[in-house]
Design a protein around this ligand. Structure first.
Ligand code: FES
Length: 168
């Protein structure tokens, strides 16, 4: 069903937190602290559907001051080099990654302390994760943050293009 499809081109990002779930995320709400989001698309009747049927669709959004986001982040897939979206699913065993409690602007997995740097393409900077978090290309469309392309790498638990292709 469409609520289990991965984020697809044209989807709008909406809040995942309990008190705001389903509300479109605004750029002004983003900061160097993680905001979790779901992709929201359309069902076969043209109605909005939040793609939270697959927990692997949870996303992490950040906005950093200009110049702080650097490669290997794909800057073309950010908004103004400031706002970036990643898969929020740890590549080690699939836990939802959070803000680091020690180093501001970094991410830490609560399960086995895997660490990622969201300013550098969410590369692994500590712990057991085998690879970085997948970056999701986004753009601003009106006030909405929209998905412009597929994940740039294959996030957990998908490891190859044909697994993803079955959704398209
Ligand atoms: Fe994230 Fe193990 S699941 S470090």
């Amino acid at each position: 069903t469409r609520d289990k499809m991965p984020p697809l081109k044209g989807d709008i990002l909406v809040h995942a937190s309990n008190n705001k779930e389903g509300q479109p995320v605004r750029i002004s709400e983003l900061s160097t602290q993680l905001v979790r989001a779901w992709p929201m698309g359309k069902d076969e009747n043209g109605e909005n559907v939040i793609r939270k049927g697959d927990p692997n669709n949870i996303l992490a959004l950040y906005r950093f001051p200009k110049g702080q986001i650097v490669r290997p982040t794909n800057l073309d897939a950010t908004i103004d080099g400031e706002t970036v979206a990643y898969s929020d699913v740890c590549t080690h065993a699939g836990c939802s990654v959070a803000d680091s409690d020690i180093n501001a602007g970094q991410m830490k997995c609560p399960c086995h302390s895997g660490q990622y740097d969201p300013k550098r393409g969410a590369v692994v900077i500590g712990g057991p994760p085998p690879r970085g978090l997948a970056q999701l290309p986004i753009a601003l469309q009106g006030e909405n943050i929209v998905v412009t392309d597929f994940f740039l790498t294959f996030p957990y638990p998908y490891t190859n293009a044909s697994e993803w292709a079955s959704f398209k």
